[in-house]
Design a protein around this ligand. Sequence first.
Ligand code: ATP
Ligand code: MG
Length: 138
Amino acid sequence: MEKTLSIIKPDGVSRGLIGEVIRRFEKNDIRVIAMKMVWMTKKQAKGFYAVHEKRPFFESLTDFMSSGPAVVMVLEADNAISKNRELMGATNFEEAEEGTIRRDFATDIEKNVVHGSDSPETAAFEISYFFNAFEIAG
Ligand code: ATP
Ligand code: MG
């Protein structure tokens, strides 16, 4: 079983999409094995998205990610990383497949409702960024 980090971003939380996103995970045999709500500081958001430090959207992205509460979760499934990214859809919702979370709910390339780790290495870093071993069930 593989683990991945999922975030329901501040736009998803403020728009009341927490239940809908989790329903999609559970319907697709992805288990939530850790979960909490966090309101990141700008500094915490910058640390989380440090890989994008040099990108032109870094300031705006980290402002957005620290603009309100987000829900962070550890998901577990066979191929959890790719399975979660399939359910999320492409970064740009206009290019995302029909029926994906971003296609159905995103309003903007930045405000795209969910985050998902993109490799085993980033999953390990991102899970440990928010959770310690005692907070993860299973
Ligand atoms: P995430 O890492 O959030 O799961 P992703 O892996 O699909 O998304 P990344 O390339 O890692 O996409 O970009 C991280 C986030 O930065 C995107 O989800 C989006 O919120 C924002 N972003 C990416 N590209 C742009 C862009 N061109 N303009 C504005 N924001 C962007
Ligand atoms: Mg990414």
